[in-house]
Design a protein. Sequence first.
Length: 172
Amino acid sequence: MKKILILTEVELPGDFPTQVEHYLDNLVQVETRNTDFEGLKSQFRDVRRGQIRADALLNYLEPRVRGYEGFDRIVLVINDDGYVEGLNFVFGVTKIGGALALVFTKRLHGEQSLHIARILKEVLHELGHTFGLDHCTDPRCVMYFSNTIEDTDRKGPGYCQKCMARLRSLLR
């Protein structure tokens, strides 16, 4: 069984790990820990844009987190705004098959339950990539590419049948 660690600057509800486990078909174990990323963020902040250079932060951290405390995957939930070259912003970033995912929450804000639902979707989306899933063409699937917050709101936290079948085979 894969072990996932979610390090977060955002206060997540106590059942957040259970929700992630549920949508990953209970094939994973999830733990959350609160932390502060201010030091890291300051190193990768583009002052001109007021955003974190997400791909540079990912490239810096990924080799440092492989096998961290026995976890197979690590997700950083960062209370800030991220971007990659060529895009105005990203909700999250990872590499297909990578061990680390970053989720940026600044553009995910809304009333509390909506905010948490958006974070859950982005965490599940980025974890899908870490396990080998690519973007899906089904706009209701969590693996659908979100170009806007409306795209994120439209898609479910669940995976479509095709993505879930592939995910099950990748996780077994």
